[in-house]
Design a protein. Structure first.
Length: 231
């Protein structure tokens, strides 16, 4: 294949850029800023123990990079197929720990696509709408069967009366559920885990100190749990 044929084929792909320098910088800057907003909403609404700073940064990068990709593709079908072939060599092996994280990745993709195609109102409106929706659902704790405030764990010596610690839990909590019970190897102790919502006029320190003073209890641990926790 001679040089003239190669040049003809390259020219058939169309112009490399369909955007002016000002529009390119505007699209990238908007995608980056909206990616920061999406990542901030993700960090604010995140629940559980699987928070990752790298994932938060990934949201920002995805929004900006997708905007660049959309500008590279432009209206060229050939470049779109070439990009698919180039990206097919990449293998993503990272396991998403929380299914909700996937929604934020898709939101970053959508924001980047809107910004990269100069649909500024769509990019701004979709970011604002989804951010407000995410915060409202977070405030309402939507989808949760119950709201958990603290996870109480302690060991109880079985020779003592269990009504002692049960009375303390009832005194200091508005609601409590036994989540886990496991006897020790020598059957002398029970390792107990309770889900606790503390009364408004009580504090976590009051509860932990009261449990600690209860006869037969030891190894008291009180974990703040405003979210879903695996036991």
């Amino acid at each position: 294949m001679d040089n003239d044929m190669i040049m003809d084929q390259l020219q058939g792909l169309g112009p490399i850029l369909n955007y002016g320098p000002y529009e390119i910088l505007t699209n990238m800057a908007l995608a980056f800023i909206l990616g920061l907003i999406v990542s901030a909403v993700y960090r604010y609404t995140h629940k559980g123990l699987s928070y990752s700073q790298s994932f938060t940064l990934t949201i920002v990068f995805v929004a900006a990079i997708v905007a660049i990709v959309m500008m590279v593709i432009g209206s060229s079908l050939a470049r779109a197929f070439a990009l698919v072939g180039a990206l097919s060599i990449i293998r993503f092996r990272t396991v998403v720990k929380d299914t909700k994280d996937t929604a934020y990745v898709f939101l970053a993709l959508a924001v980047g696509m809107a910004s990269g195609t100069s649909n500024y109102f769509l990019a701004l409106a979709s970011t604002a709408f989804m951010s407000v929706a995410a915060i409202i659902l977070h405030k309402l704790n939507y989808g949760s069967l119950y709201k958990s405030e603290f996870i109480l764990r302690f060991a109880f010596e079985q020779k003592h009366d269990s009504s002692n610690y049960l009375a303390v839990i009832k005194e200091y909590s508005k609601r409590s559920n036994l989540l886990h019970m496991e006897p020790s190897a020598d059957d002398e102790y029970l390792n107990l885990t309770y889900d606790i919502i503390i009364k408004d006029d009580k504090t976590a320190e009051d509860l932990s100190m009261a449990i600690g003073r209860t006869e037969g209890t030891s190894e008291i641990t009180l974990i703040a749990s405003k979210s879903d926790v695996d036991y």
